[in-house]
Ligand binder design. Structure first.
Ligand code: NAP
Ligand code: MG
Length: 514
């Protein structure tokens, strides 16, 4: 197949093979009453609206440019292990070009534009994203392995909503800081991870642009394709060249970006380990930095909670998106008297989870994002099994190709178990019990992280009291993983600093002039 510009395209060959795997799965398991979830006929999303080029270059100064490095890497579909496209690796010179292009755009165009005009460009980006939502959703699923229903219902609508929200702020910044004046910072280097690729790009770009900055964005190695599709949207929106530059590559490219002395701000979302290294590197330079890092977030379920609702929230918090969520509710603290029935209900509900082809609209749990992540999760499960406690894993047939892990949990855990401390970033839950609210708070806070928490109780006063004692940036009550562009998100302790979303999300991209 050929694209508009004559480039060769790879057809997406994987869909049929996976569907046939799934049909086999259904017929093998049809007789067992607990396996009824496997009896759904596959309902595959079409991949026809997505054109994947065989090769992608860097997006610098408003156009695609071959990398100085002349090197490319493969982005694979983790549901099949097959390559989707080859993608440019930006080296030091490419990073220099991208930063220079952002600097020129800042000095000559973007900083001189009226805030209302800046807002209009951002609105345009939001509208085009909405129009092309299905294309983005399918590409996100192909490149990252997440279930299509999540890409379709969460990632892409929230990304568009984020651009809409910050477009609205562009000409109202003076109202965000009454009595003070603010100014943009200049050029921002922004590095994002693979779990919510387009959404993380939106979280970074939308507030930066609204505040009058220009950007160099570095997507993750395993999921660069929706950021590259976003470059088409930026062109369609006629965003002035250089205002947003997108450079792909490995961790080394990210490292060149953070080491570039021409940046006024660095925003990083990713692992705590890399975040710490970046903070150390930037300390002597004083470049403004915000970090959104890892988490080991806890659900606290009291005996007076609506139990079925809490089970659903726990499932949603750890198993959807394969546990690839920084704020995943990866620890479950149950009030002792309900622990046994709760765990039985959890097991029963897990029987209905469908693990498989992410393009199937029925799939709840798709593919693990990469072979490396699959190996890391498996090795952590192995460690968990060697430590005290019991293990349960959903018994379901996984697709033969690709990287899949059935959802699982460990019970009888204490805070000293590895899986109560280490961020797995996979569908693995660690369960422990508590007797009093005070004990629940101590256990929930017993982690290096402080990103999120969920409290489940019918009593508002109990929820407010416990919430006030938890060290977590986001606390949900009787729900979990709910996002809105108007609500700030970010962590305490080793989960990072700075907030994204809401009025607070403007702050990392502005200087407040007193
Ligand atoms: P990661 O290895 O830290 O990578 C994140 C990004 O940084 C990627 O673009 C990566 O590029 C790049 N990178 C790697 N090494 C770098 C270096 N030395 N200097 C500069 N950039 C570098 O993390 P990940 O494995 O992709 O993501 C998983 C982690 O992100 C988890 O710990 C999760 O909790 C966290 N996360 C946090 C949030 C939040 O909002 N708090 C949101 C999502 C994810 P390559 O991909 O090319 O290696
Ligand atoms: Mg990929």
């Amino acid at each position: 197949m050929l694209t508009k510009n004559g480039e060769e395209q790879r057809s997406v060959q994987t869909t049929e093979a996976l569907a046939s795997d799934q049909r086999k799965q259904s017929s093998n398991k049809g007789q067992c009453s607990l396996d009824f979830a496997q009896d759904y006929a596959p309902a595959l999303e079409s991949t026809q609206m997505v054109s994947i080029n065989s090769r992608y270059d860097l997006f610098i100064n408003g156009k695609q440019q071959a990398p100085h490095s002349k090197s490319y890497f493969q982005s694979i579909n983790p549901a099949t292990g097959e390559s989707l496209a080859e993608v440019a690796i930006a080296d030091e010179q490419d990073v220099q070009l991208a930063v220079q292009s952002a600097r020129n755009a800042y000095d000559k165009v973007w900083s001189k534009l009226s805030p209302a005009k800046r807002g209009r460009y951002i609105y345009r980006i939001a509208r085009i994203l909405q129009e092309r939502a299905k294309e983005f959703a399918v590409l996100e699923t192909l490149d990252g392995g997440k279930p299509i229903k999540e890409a379709r219902d969460v990632d892409i609508p929230l990304a568009a909503a984020h651009f809409f929200y910050y477009a609205g702020w562009a000409d109202k910044l003076e109202y965000a800081y009454p009595g003070k004046s603010v100014r943009s910072l200049g050029v921002c280097g922004q590095i994002i991870p693979w779990n919510f690729p387009l959404l993380m790009a939106a979280w970074k770009l939308a507030p930066a642009l609204a505040c009058g900055n220009t950007c160099v964005l570095k997507p993750a190695e395993t999921t660069p394709l929706t950021a590259l599709l976003l470059s088409e949207v930026l062109q369609e929106a006629e965003l002035p060249p250089g205002v947003v530059n997108i450079i792909t590559g490995t961790g080394e490219t990210g490292s060149h970006l953070v080491e570039h002395k021409g940046l006024d701000k660095i925003a990083f979302t990713g692992s705590t380990e890399v975040g710490k290294a970046i903070a150390r590197g930037l300390a002597p330079r004083g470049t403004k930095l915000s970090l959104e890092l890892g988490g080991k977030s806890a659900h606290i379920v009291f005996k007076d909670a609506a139990i079925d609702q809490a089970v659903e929230g726990v499932i949603n918090g750890i198993y959807f998106n394969q546990g690839h969520v920084c704020c995943a509710g990866s620890r479950l603290l149950l009030e002792e008297s309900i622990a046994e029935p709760f765990i039985e209900k959890l097991k029963a509900r897990m029987q209905n989870l469908r693990v498989g082809n992410p393009l199937d609209k029925n799939t709840d749990i798709g593919a693990i994002n990469s072979k490396a992540q699959w190996e890391r999760i498996q090795s952590l499960i192995k460690i968990g099994k060697q430590e005290p406690g019991n293990f349960f894993q959903l018994d379901t047939k996984l697709p033969e190709k690709g990287y899949f892990i059935a959802p699982c949990f460990f019970t009888d855990q204490s805070s000293s178990n590895s899986l109560s401390q280490v961020e797995v970033f996979g569908p693995v839950l660690s369960i422990m019990t508590f007797r009093t609210p005070a004990e629940a708070v101590v256990k929930a806070n017993n982690t290096q992280y402080g990103l999120a928490a969920g409290i489940w109780s019918e009593k508002g006063s109990k929820i407010k009291d416990v919430a006030s004692r938890l060290n977590a940036g986001v606390i949900w009550a009787n729900t979990y993983n709910k996002f809105d562009p108007g609500a700030p998100f970010g962590g305490f302790k080793e989960s990072g600093y700075g907030r994204e979303g809401g009025l607070q999300g403007l702050h990392p991209y502005l200087e407040v002039v007193h």
